[in-house]
Design a protein around this ligand. Structure first.
Ligand code: 1CP
Length: 351
């Protein structure tokens, strides 16, 4: 980057989100929502009209606008960069699309060593619109931190190997079990891309990063440790060198939470199936993020907030607690409920 060393906004020093991530005492429990930008917001649907998902991710002005929308509406304690875990693959030339109602679809799934070797590494030149969008966002967000993110090697590998969304991840795991050399090369390739993608976002001004290993819950602890963890560890270690707090999240990972922390996270994201009181002793000396069941926003407000209160209380025993849902916002969510939830978390008296 040529434009001097960026100076972080002075207000970021007081950010409750960053304080909790670092295990310091925040002024209130910080809250943001995975997938807060996107399908549940009418203003999002409006700006996306007639524009494809990947096309939107490559338009710095649109990314800036969409990322800001939930911050404006809810006053959440962090913004999450609007992009997708497969965007860096698209940027290096992998033929893929994000199909509405389906998710990422890869034209020629990766199955052989030659397929892996054909994927280029990611450089800054591949994603000028990403650095531009981050710089614009940081200027607009002021004292609200921006979370950059990347897909973790296992989860991204699943899309590449299966060719699209999968429940069982059968071909992916078959490669892991049956072709360890190809698997290792693929994981190294994706880890390099993820680390570069996080570096680009952090260098442009993102204050924290989240590594999404959404589908790691498909693995046993032994397989995770042997075939996946070293690669996530590398991504998190490289992000650590940038001085930003690192959040590590997966779904159905109650048996992996300890390892996901050990992989190098400052904050371990917990899905809604694992009560925080069970998760906290497992993650060691780290903060936790989560974990309201995303369907609770469809319940009456007082039912939702009663559950939120239990989560905030449980979170007090952690080194730090960032309130979130246990996975992404469901598209049919009423934004009014997320507003009520944000206000409830902000108003909750920690005594
Ligand atoms: O707030 C935000 O919306 C932030 C932007 C964001 C993030 C962090 C999007 C936009 N995607 C992601 C991460 C992502 N993408 C993950 C990890 C988080 C998670 O587990 O939810 C995963 C697994 C994906 C892959 C993906 N992209 C899916 C899931 C498919 C499956 O396997 O079930 C889907 C549906 C997408 C498309 C997508 N990404 C984002 C949006 C808003 C959309 C929908 C776009 C559209 O249909 O127009």
């Amino acid at each position: 980057m040529t434009d001097a060393v960026r100076t972080p906004h002075p207000g970021l020093a007081e950010s409750p989100f960053l304080a909790a991530a670092r295990g310091e005492v925040p002024s209130h429990t910080p809250v943001w929502f995975m997938r807060q930008a996107g399908r549940s917001l009418p203003e999002y649907l409006k700006v996306r009209e007639g524009i494809g998902m990947l096309e939107s991710c490559m338009d710095a002005d649109l990314v800036t606008e969409i990322t800001l929308q939930p911050v404006r509406r809810y006053g959440v304690d962090a913004a999450i960069f609007f992009s997708d875990i497969v965007l860096p693959l698209k940027a290096v030339g992998v033929d893929l699309d994000i199909k509405p109602g389906v998710g990422p679809v890869v034209a020629s799934p990766v199955r052989t060593m030659a397929d892996v070797e054909a994927i280029p590494d990611l450089t800054d030149e591949h994603v000028p619109y990403i650095s531009q969008a981050v710089r614009q966002l940081v200027a607009e967000l002021g004292a609200t931190p921006l979370i950059g993110f990347a897909g973790a090697p296992f989860t991204v590998a699943s899309y590449l190997v299966e060719g699209g969304p999968s429940k069982e991840h059968a071909r992916t795991k078959a490669m892991m079990f049956g072709a360890p050399d190809v698997w290792d090369a693929l994981m190294r390739k994706i880890a390099g891309i993820a680390a570069a993608y996080l570096r680009i976002q952090a260098e442009a001004g993102a204050s924290a990063v989240q590594l999404f290993d959404s589908w790691a819950g498909a693995l046993t602890p032994a397989d995770y440790r042997a075939s996946v963890m070293p690669h996530s560890e590398r991504v998190l270690a490289e992000a650590g060198e940038l001085g930003v707090p690192r959040i590590h999240f997966g779904v159905g990972t109650s048996n992996l939470l300890g390892l996901m922390g050990e992989a190098g996270a400052d904050v371990v994201g917990v899905d809604w199936r694992t009560p925080l009181e069970h998760a906290i002793p497992l993650v060691g000396d780290r903060a936790v993020q989560g974990n309201l069941d995303p369907t609770l926003v469809f319940a009456p407000t007082e039912v939702m907030t009663a559950r939120a209160a239990e989560i905030i209380e449980a979170g007090r025993r952690a080194k730090g607690h960032i309130f979130n849902l246990g996975h992404g916002v469901i598209p049919s969510t009423d934004p009014g409920q997320l507003m009520a939830l944000t206000e409830f978390v902000h108003g909750y008296q920690l005594r």
